[in-house]
Design a binder for this molecule. Structure first.
Ligand code: GLC
Ligand code: GLC
Length: 810
């Protein structure tokens, strides 16, 4: 069942039914100020860091679901309703939510009153803007009351939801006309506040939640809305909120509109106050004055659209399949921006207080982002590298505000360092900016220990070599990519973190997955050295990679597929010998992407085994058979019920590794068949089963062992975004940026005869046409550049602004 449709022309998803299977959200903001917004106007706002600078509250796990947000209330006689349906849930006569790129428009109609909420975060300012337009479509006059409402968070979202003995006494506000200032803790160590303003005079307002909602009231029937006016309350402690009230007399056909902004303002410390306890509002005035008129509002929106259109025009594909086109051209790229900005911090599944920026996550997110805004990618690579430890190991996470490694979680996730090579190499291939390797970057955020970025890559590479186990495979440490395969943990007590319990440097447990990574990214590192003319070291690196390849084929091969690991007792994991968890997806994907066993036939065998043992109609499960009981030697992976998460869920993140593997093997039909299985646009028709947004990937779909097979969870913040974008564009369409040029080497279904791509690469727009007259799945027989035949191979970088490329497969 569908709950809406794609509007490709406007780059929007249009939700037509408000009761979506789960809240379907959008992300507003792409730089510093962010808002999560659901299709019923739920969500929250924050500045840069969802934990430390939370602007509004959000209660996860709430009942009813998704009650906190940016709701507009209408009181029309005895009928109270919201244009987004929530939280009052009055049935609407008409409803529509358009989620676009960086903005959303929610429209609701009830009893001839049409209310439209247009929301966006402008490109250059720290503010959530919304214009509320009310239209009386009746042929008689109407008298109604309109209310805005937000509930402020007292900045540190963790403290805000736990430290009530303090927080119930700290809340402070000021009111000036239609502007409500939330200034909790500004009196002491903060120099920032929030402002919630309207561009029209209010008839009443509230800043105390008790006054607006009623002490025992609820968002379903706020006391102020029921009474038709607010209490002009000033909050002292308790729960500061912002609410505006507008009493409207609308003639037949008349339209009223008001702009409401929620801004974040910082004031230089020496200018904080203009009088004792009176905050300096001049910076807020300047911000508000930029968005007072409709023209200003519209200009901000136009700029935003222009930004996105230009950004996305750098990669545009036209195939016969509209789902592919809309994912690549719009939604998958958009999600790559979101994961780049959020890492795994703030979504409807990530509370914003838990995880900061993940080392491996952020490195992988870059793979789908480097081509969009390379300068930001560059900055991110340097930020991440600066948290690396001196021995080449990594802090698993860092906080975006401080950019310091997070010592609560620490390190010892032995795949982490190699991902730094992956993203740096992708960045260089995209930009040709070799100079990044000369940038002097701290180790462990300590400037005295700074060294060129190349040295960071060297230590990443050596970290693996310095941490080999009994079979000469890489030691797994706390975990590798699979956070839940905890071979050195042995946790028996509830509440212990699987990731930080036990010795991280277990001397026995080894990972075949990291071995595959070492071959893939170690080779990229060697290529970099070679390109830089550091020949001898490059040779040594290639040798180490070849050695690891041998080791994998010897100790990491189970007979029909690649083994997953050896546990702390040297026992095989992911082997036919195992009772459960006989085969895992990760090493099959990574080893084949690394080129291991392609010539020897191992790769084909492994892919056959994946098809036979792991494939389902909704994608490839992570392992099989699922673990049916908790196993001390394996950790969190066996804590999940069968079919969920890492215990045989369909982890969308590593499905693309198998797709890549198939495309390397030349299997275009199979690669695309697998691509479709987890691609949300292809699941739109079964939204009642899939449940998450049809325009965003989710981390996991329940696997075949789960009672809810096919149900998606944890949408948006997942490495899936970057990997699916990369596999579709580089693996299937075959557009591969390389050090000295652009390679076009598609691997497509044999039925596809033609497609085109516009690809911006090193300031040149390549207009690429691919023809497949013989209906092959892979292979290029001729290339023309600007009409002339050129040898089959990478198309060299040029000074021209535009180049046409014609590729004939066969
Ligand atoms: C989550 C984590 C990621 C990890 C994956 C598998 O998506 O963010 O870092 O690799 O789970 O455990
Ligand atoms: C990964 C897993 C999750 C686990 C987490 C721990 O994200 O998907 O299940 O709890 O790692 O950090």
């Amino acid at each position: 069942m569908k709950f809406g449709h794609f509007d490709d022309l406007n780059k929007e998803y249009v939700i037509e039914k408000y009761e979506t299977p789960l809240p379907w959200i959008n992300y507003l903001g792409s730089d510093s100020f962010f808002t999560l917004l659901s299709n019923t106007a739920g969500g929250y706002a924050f500045y840069k860091d969802a934990r430390l600078r939370r602007i509004t509250r959000y209660r996860y796990n709430n009942l009813p679901l998704d009650q906190d947000g940016f709701h507009i209330y209408v009181k029309d006689g005895d009928t109270i309703w919201n244009p987004g349906w929530q939280p009052v849930q009055t049935a609407l006569d008409h409803y529509e939510c358009r989620h676009g790129l960086g903005y959303s428009v929610i429209t609701g109609k009830k009893n001839d009153i049409l209310v439209k909420q247009e929301l966006y975060v402008p490109k250059y300012d720290n503010i959530l803007l919304q214009r509320v337009t009310v239209n009386n479509t009746a042929d008689t006059a109407k008298e109604i009351d309109l209310f805005s409402f937000v509930e402020f968070c007292l900045w540190d979202a963790m403290d805000d939801s736990s430290n009530f003995q303090r927080n119930y006494s700290t809340g402070e506000v000021e009111v000036e006309g239609s502007a409500i200032y939330h200034k909790t803790e500004y009196r002491e160590r903060r120099n920032h506040y929030a402002v919630f303003y309207a561009n029209k005079p209010v008839d009443s307002f509230d800043t105390s939640r008790d006054s607006f909602m009623g002490v025992y009231g609820s968002p379903k029937a706020p006391a102020a809305v029921v009474n038709g006016k607010c209490g002009n309350s000033i909050a002292h402690g308790w729960q500061p909120v912002g609410a505006h009230h507008f009493h409207l007399n609308l003639k037949a056909g008349e339209t009223y509109s008001v702009i409401i902004g929620l801004g974040y303002v910082e004031v230089p410390v020496e200018e904080k106050f203009i009088a004792p306890s009176v905050i300096n509002k001049s910076y807020a005035h300047a911000l508000m004055n930029k968005y007072i008129t409709d023209e200003q509002f519209d200009t901000g929106m136009t700029e935003l659209r222009k930004f996105w259109n230009e950004l996305l025009s750098g990669f545009e594909v036209k195939t016969e399949n509209e789902n592919v086109n809309r994912m690549v051209n719009i939604w998958n790229a958009y999600q790559c921006m979101v994961t780049f900005n959020m890492s795994r911090s703030a979504s409807y599944y990530e509370s914003g207080i838990g995880r900061g920026m993940g080392f491996r996550d952020s490195c992988q997110d870059l793979l789908g982002f480097v081509h969009m805004i390379p300068e930001r990618a560059r900055e991110r690579i340097l930020d991440i590298a600066a948290t690396q430890k001196e021995d080449g190991g990594a802090y698993h996470q860092y906080q975006p505000l401080t950019k310091k490694g997070n010592s609560d979680i620490g390190g010892g996730f032995n795949d982490d360092p190699l991902w730094l090579i992956a993203c740096t190499d992708a960045y260089i291939r995209e930009t040709g900016d070799w100079a990044i390797l000369d940038e002097i970057v701290d180790f462990d955020n300590n400037h005295e220990k700074a060294a060129p970025l190349l040295e960071h890559l060297r230590r990443s590479f050596n970290y693996t070599l310095n941490n080999l186990g009994p079979n000469k495979l890489p030691l797994i440490g706390r975990a590798d990519w699979n956070d839940c395969l905890n071979l050195n943990c042995f946790s028996e007590h509830p509440g212990e973190s699987f990731q930080i319990t036990g010795p991280s440097e277990g001397p026995v447990a080894e990972s075949v997955f990291i071995a595959g990574m070492f071959v893939k990214y170690g080779r990229e590192y060697a290529n970099i050295l070679k390109h830089l003319g550091i020949a001898e070291e490059a040779e040594k690196a290639y040798k180490a990679v070849d050695q690891m390849t041998e080791t994998v084929l010897d100790k990491g091969w189970d007979g029909e597929w690649f083994l997953r690991a050896y546990d702390a007792f040297g026992q095989k994991i992911g082997s036919e010998e195992c009772e459960e968890g006989k085969i895992f997806i990760e090493p099959q994907g990574m080893c084949i992407m690394a080129g291991i066993g392609i010539e020897t036939g191992h790769a084909q065998k492994a892919l056959d085994a994946v098809k036979e043992r792991l494939d389902t109609k909704y994608g490839i499960v992570l392992l099989n058979p699922a673990y049916t009981k908790y196993r001390l030697n394996l950790g969190e992976i066996s804590s999940y019920p069968p079919g969920y998460k890492e215990n045989a869920g369909i982890f969308c993140h590593n499905n693309p590794w198998i797709i890549f593997a198939e495309s390397i093997m030349g299997h275009g039909d199979r690669a695309f068949e697998l691509y479709k299985k987890t691609c949300p646009a292809f699941l739109e028709e079964i939204s009642e089963i899939h449940r998450t947004e049809p325009y965003a990937y989710c981390q996991m779909v329940a696997g075949k062992d789960a009672p809810t097979f096919g149900e998606g969870k944890n949408s948006w913040l997942t490495g899936t975004a970057a990997w699916t974008f990369t596999v579709l564009t580089e693996g299937i369409l075959g557009i591969q940026p390389d050090y000295d040029g652009l390679t076009v080497d598609p691997c497509i279904p044999h039925t596809v005869k033609h497609f085109t791509v516009n690809r911006l690469f090193r300031n040149t727009m390549y207009h690429i046409t691919v023809n497949n007259p013989d209906g092959v799945q892979k292979g290029v027989k001729a290339i023309k550049v600007n009409g002339s035949d050129v040898p089959v191979g990478p198309i060299p970088v040029t000074d021209r602004k535009e180049v046409t490329v014609e590729v004939t497969m066969g």
